[in-house]
Design a protein around this ligand. Structure first.
Ligand SMILES: NC(=O)C1=CN([C@@H]2O[C@H](COP(=O)(O)OP(=O)(O)OC[C@H]3O[C@@H](n4cnc5c(N)ncnc54)[C@H](OP(=O)(O)O)[C@@H]3O)[C@@H](O)[C@H]2O)C=CC1
Ligand SMILES: O=C1O[C@H](COP(=O)(O)O)[C@@H](O)[C@H](O)[C@H]1O
Length: 517
């Protein structure tokens, strides 16, 4: 049993059992969660964009859990690769295309790419960025001449960085050939420089080291900001003044959250633009690169059976669910300033919602998709406090192991009221979705790690078979489940006759299980 408080800090009770949980929003039981005990499969983000002196752009999207890094305004001299397709699978260049383009773009020019992971000692760098860079390397999609630098305040040698990174590298599931050898080669290309994020001198030292590796080649530089947002500007200022490339491009990948609210987001953009042009800034949301999120639009727009059902006429509610089975674990310095709504809902879940609910875009071009997403967002009703529940995880003991409360984390201020759990009912006031609740639920330190989209369809009116189910109408509702992670799957719950004599019905799953493909 966890105690939650609402946004006005009223105490309410929320019961959570290992197999399911039920949450009441607006007096209705909208939420049904099935927590399975699947083991989380680590996933990798990456979308790196290279740009040569000839202004040839290459957006490399390779990872099963890749991120979509998008400059907001289009860049001149666009090639087909430049147009990011905002998470649509069919729009992403194949590995072969990427390799060919990488060879054409970078190697022919004998240019080099230096990737600096700013905040290399942190969670994101360890869990996602280095593994993603290795996966790019493994697939042969990094240019011949590249160097990776970790940059953070922590004191570390190159060898210590390599040791840290090596613990998180994995080979992609189906390709293990030469993996150890490739890892060794990759690690040899990784270096570390310790420095403060606001120190011009420390970035100038980094610049010197980068130059040693780049030699006389055209040097393109990418800075990946894997740091808490409050130090983005310091780092960008120093990187652009003291460590940007003299004769190649310099680009910066910025992680979410892009501010705490509309004003701070605008202020962040304004501040970034003091040092960078818009086409140097790549904002990233790694959920858009997850396989099943990419597949969402394919599922909708290339299967005639789904699109006609995709509206208030047939859909009762849509649930967007994120849960993690671990807490902040030392990330409190960042997390406590943001909370679960800004950490997960406002970006990852909202992007999925927009992709789910948008009208058919004119084309798969990024601008066209963005336009449709914007329409969805503009049609959304401002969230009412009564439609939100927030909570914070407490300490509990399970199987003899005691798990800490959020406020037990040393990096979390004592007495913090920052929510680590939130559930909200959102509404899109347009012709397609009027009255359909989009239920978001996100939490840390819950029973399992998973991310799902659940689409619950309406009851069959006057269902002939009602009595075969008794009065439990929920049991008879069709449900489409898109399991983003772990163990990616799409399944449709249907009612079915139990084979044999008589007329007994049960629920069956029409299943697309990725692991079995
Ligand atoms: N973790 C994740 O899975 C994801 C994170 N993100 C985003 O990535 C960014 C980084 O996240 P994450 O890696 O989790 O963050 P961390 O809290 O792990 O911070 C990264 C590094 O930044 C430095 N740092 C931390 N706090 C401060 C501070 N107050 N002042 C100066 N330096 C600090 C630390 O390095 P040192 O002390 O060595 O300098 C730390 O190792 C955030 O914007 C987050 O939203 C996005 C998607 C997923
Ligand atoms: O953006 C974030 O995402 C991670 C979860 O990402 P996943 O790909 O592992 O599901 C989350 O842990 C982190 O708090 C948040 O900043």
């Amino acid at each position: 049993m966890a105690t939650l408080y609402s946004t006005t800090c009223r105490s309410i009770s929320y019961s959570l059992t290992p197999s399911s949980s039920s949450l009441s929003i607006n007096g209705q039981n909208h939420q049904r969660l099935n927590f399975s005990s699947c083991i989380a499969k680590r996933v990798l983000p990456a979308k790196v964009s290279f740009h040569s002196r000839r202004n040839f752009h290459l957006n490399v999207v390779l990872m099963q859990d890749g991120a979509v890094a998008t400059p907001v305004t289009p860049v001149e001299n666009e090639t087909p690769f430049k147009k990011l397709k905002d998470g649509l699978l069919s729009s992403v260049p194949s590995t072969k295309e990427i390799k060919e383009a990488a060879t054409f773009d970078v190697n022919k020019d004998e240019s080099t790419v230096s990737i600096t992971v700013v905040g290399a000692s942190g969670d994101l760098a360890k869990k996602k960025i280095f593994p993603a860079l290795f996966a790019l390397y493994y697939e042969g999609c990094l240019p011949e001449h590249f160097t990776i630098f970790g940059y953070a305040r922590s004191k570390m040698t190159d060898a210590e960085l390599r040791n840290m990174v090596s613990k998180t590298l994995t080979c992609r599931i189906d390709k293990r050939e030469n993996c150890d050898e490739k890892m060794d080669q990759f690690l040899k290309r990784c270096f570390y420089h310790s420095g403060q994020y606001g120190s011009q001198q420390n970035f100038a030292e980094l610049d010197k080291k980068l130059k040693e590796h780049e030699g006389a080649r055209v040097s393109n530089r990418l800075f990946y900001l894997s740091i808490p947002p409050n130090i983005f500007i310091d780092a960008v200022k120093c990187a652009s003044s003291s460590a940007s490339s003299g004769i190649g491009w310099t680009r910066v990948i910025v992680e979410k959250p892009f501010g705490r609210d509309s004003d701070s987001s605008a202020a962040l953009t304004k501040a970034l633009k003091q040092y960078l042009d818009e086409d140097q800034i790549f904002r990233i949301d790694h959920y858009l690169g997850k396989e099943l999120v990419e597949n969402l639009s394919v599922l909708r727009f290339s299967n005639l059976i789904f699109e006609p059902l995709w509206s208030r006429q047939y859909i009762r509610n849509v649930q967007l669910i994120f849960s993690e089975d671990f807490g902040t674990e030392g990330r409190g310095g960042y997390f406590d300033n943001y909370g679960i709504i800004r950490d997960i809902m406002q970006n990852h879940l909202l992007q999925i919602l927009a992709l789910f609910a948008m009208e058919t875009p004119v084309s798969l071009d990024a601008e066209d998709i963005r336009n449709e997403k914007v329409k969805v967002l503009r049609s959304m009703r401002p969230l009412q406090l009564d439609d939100v529940v927030v909570g914070q995880y407490k300490s509990h003991t399970k199987g003899g192991v005691t798990y800490p409360a959020y406020t037990d984390d040393n990096t979390v201020p004592k007495g913090s009221l920052t929510p680590t759990f939130a559930a909200a009912a959102l509404f899109i006031d347009n012709a397609r979705w009027d009255g359909v609740p989009f239920l978001m639920k996100a939490g840390k330190a819950l029973h399992n790690k998973s991310a799902e989209i659940r689409v619950q369809f309406r009851h069959v009116p006057g269902n002939l078979y009602n009595r075969n189910f008794g009065t439990d109408l929920d049991r008879a509702t069709n449900e489409l489940v898109i399991r983003v992670q772990p163990d990616e799957a799409i399944y449709l719950k249907i009612n079915n006759k139990v084979p044999g004599l008589g007329m007994r019905l049960d629920r069956s799953n029409l299943h697309l299980h990725y692991a079995a493909r």
